[in-house]
Write a protein that binds this ligand. Structure first.
Ligand code: ZN
Length: 131
């Protein structure tokens, strides 16, 4: 119908080191509760996290659904913590990934720089360069 062709979404290839550290530190302070936030990109790099007010333990996915309305197109995905120490996505996580955003990070206890994993919309592992 339209003559305008939509540009393909820019690939997200990296995350700012400070942003990753902020995520890990926030997850530590939230422990034993979950931490959840949205991810904002700039020029293909995750550069900012947007905190979700009132994140409740065990209810992160439900809360995300309220906040992932397509108002701000620089918001490209989500991050949340797993206090369990396992960063495998749950069924609810996979369902959420599939419907919202393009890139999703799960961090796991004890939240060191090795305790994070990146998933695409289908829940497959992918990676981000830390810059
Ligand atoms: Zn989860």
């Amino acid at each position: 119908m339209g003559l305008l062709r939509k540009e393909p979404p820019r690939e997200i290839t990296s995350i700012k080191k400070n942003t990753l550290i902020m995520i890990l530190e926030s997850s530590k302070s939230s422990f034993p509760n979950e931490f959840g936030a949205l991810l904002r990109e700039e020029e293909g790099e995750i550069s900012e996290v947007i905190l979700l007010p009132g994140t409740i333990s065990g209810n992160t996915s439900a809360l995300f659904q309220l906040h992932m309305q397509p108002i701000d197109f620089s918001i490209v995905g989500s991050v949340h913590s797993h206090p369990s120490g396992d960063y495998t996505p749950s069924e609810a996580d996979l369902d959420f990934f599939h419907r919202s955003g393009r890139i999703h990070i799960i961090v796991r206890w004890p939240y060191t720089v090795h305790d994070w994993a990146v998933y695409d919309v289908n829940g497959n592992r992918t990676s981000l360069e830390v810059r």
